[in-house]
Design a protein around this ligand. Sequence first.
Ligand code: ANZ
Ligand code: ZN
Length: 803
Amino acid sequence: MENYNPSSIEKKWQDIWDEKGTFYASNDSDKEKFYSLIEFPYPSGKGLHVGHPRPYTALDVVSRKRRLEGYNVLYPIGWDAFGLPTENYAIKNQIHPRIVTEKNVAKFKEQLKSLGFSFDWSREINTTDPEYYKWTQWIFLKLFEKGLAYKKEVPINWCTDCKVGLANEEVVNGVCERCNGEVVQKVKNQWMLKITEYAEKLIKDLDLVDYIDRVKIQQKNWVGRSEGMEVDFEIAGKGEKLRVFTTRPDTLFGATYMVISPEHPMIKEYASDINNMDDIENYKIEAGKKSDFERTELNKDKTGVEIDGLKAVNPVTGKEIPIWVSDYVLMSYGTGAIMSVPAHDTRDWEFAKKFNLPIVEVVKGGDVDKEAFVDISTGVMTNSDFLDGLKVEDAKKKISDWLEEKKLGERKINYKLRDWVFSRQRYWGEPIPLVYCEKCGWVPVPEEELPITLPEVEKYEPSETGESPLANIRDWVETTCPKCGGHGERETDTMPQWAGSSWYFLRYTDPNNSEALASEEALKYWLPIDWYNGGMEHTTLHLLYSRFWHKFLYDIGVVNVPEPYQKRTSHGMILGENNEKMSKSRGNVVNPDEIIEEFGADTLRVYEMFIGDFEKSVPWSNNGVKGCRRFLDRVWRLQDILEDGDNYSKELESNMHKTIKKVTEDYESLKFNTAIAALMSLINDFNSNKKVNKAEMKTFLILLNPVAPHITEEMWTLLGYQGMLNEANWPEFDEDKTVDDEIEMAVQVNGKVRGKIIIPVDADKNIANEKAMADDNIKKFIEGKNIVKEIFIPGKIYNIVVK
Ligand code: ANZ
Ligand code: ZN
């Protein structure tokens, strides 16, 4: 027999699968469907990273297994190809981003193919393809039609040197990633999507799906639902109110001052009453330079200015309290004003300490001279008149009812979630299909004119004024108004990269449809996605955005299920050998091409699945790779000890059933590493018996196939099993035969465990005694003494009492 030589095997099978369309899914099948999805890659110039194959192999394993189990499996692939790195590369090298994209896609595709993934390549999609983005634009028009897209002035990051708007990820430590220039906030009129309208559903419908806990938690935190009250404080002597949002109305008696955001409109309104306007104006300018994140950071040094000339009145104590301006209160949340309760809120406490403001304890349980007491589960109300003695939750209810009755406030639910800034002043994105007409305002492009394609331009840089480069192409911009036929101008902003990835999984079901984003039947057949795996870095934005679009499409009747992904899991990162994140600058990057070249794709696949707990980050190890290659060498050499046999041999029967059970279950529960370990241990048993029969070998090859598809398919053919392995049936196990026929039992002497014995499950006391006496340690405690009693419970316990 020749040695195992993956390079001669792997390409051969990849070509056969391609030629036969082995992994093409059918839209018309009697089998049960299974739709597995990975996050389609962004084809960057750097090519595939060893991190990519981890999730791809995992779902490839599941997909291949499900096919063998008789499912009609859709495991698609495509390209999320709009985006900044490509655009920046194009600007730098003056190459059209389309050409850059084509080149990168070709490279990625070659790499993915060399890993032998069972993708349905006939459904490959590309978000930059006009036939694809036609439907991205169509969805935008629907959102516009339903009033969910609107224009608003919002601050964007602006590089003062490049004169261009930057995405958040392009601002590194407060400076422009490209030129290190100063970045300021600049207000621009942008298209927004009303994702906030779906805030409640985005939380509530998490009950309908099976996501791992940490993903659900992140989704919930990002939406940030907060139940509380809006309460009115009178502005002393003005007869007008200052409204706050609070989640702790129970602490109202402890509100000793108020804080408003530097951007609060009341400052302008009462300018003539305020004696220190200059200080406040200056403070506002400084605050404008900080991000919301910096402003609300817990342990930042608190700053602020007291408003000289205005006071507020606490509605329950009737006391006049000062009003301060501070940047830790954001205008964009709640009402932009708060009641400060320094005794029970950490930020307020720090602020009060710094500016010497009174701290009044209203919840007993801590020491508010030392720190804010924020525990709401154990505290009891004090210094609070009619609330005294109540627990926090009861006090909350009582004061809320009281305030509502007196018309001093009302219950309110707030969300952290903000509407989605949807405009980019960029070239390499989907044009927003709207026309501006002096007479008619914003007018949608008629559906039959879609797609609005990107015009050819010479420069990809944004214009001097920060408009997208499209603004310079006058004959593209100037058009006629679809409504009145008068002069119109196209919107020159493009969509963010998030757009194309918000619905791509729908297109896979019917990728060549020119009449609709996908046919009703295809969507009905394939949705929801049965299993979606992706990185934790996408569990906030991408997952939320795509769920939002999906829910919108559900509401307008395009899709028939309210949630796109039935199940969502997530993988850990692969780190460099030095345990740091892989990066060029750290010099710890491993190139998958080289691993495949030296060891083979199957080895890389086995290694990526064996490397450790799938959900945790793990460092790469070249030794680990070698170990996996040795495992496959051993698999190959099983051919040397192969014997005839149509049934599992007696000595291996139980082991075979146990292994089938373990592998079957572990592949479905992200425990790829322990599944592989079970297969490794089965090989050891074959080898120590110096034989494996054809029935055992067959099962072994099928079990290993999802992880190492090339070597198993090759051996299947060499050994003369029928057809191709990918057409075989997943082996079944007999639950009874997976139960151990020998067990380990603890032996106690006078109630203390002195050793363990291995006996058949149905062994009696005599056999147990014999075994126990053969154990030196147990014997030591019995020898020379009288056995007065023996307690033997079969399968459970053996206790010997001696004197
Ligand atoms: C009084 C109080 C007493 C508060 C107490 C908390 C604890 P979440 O859960 O985030 O909704 N707040 C309200 N609007 C704010 C704004 N625009 N900027 C900064 N902080 C703001 O938290 C709501 C709480 O955050 C509110 O409840 C308010 O402080 C503060 F013992 O009111 B609280
Ligand atoms: Zn018009």
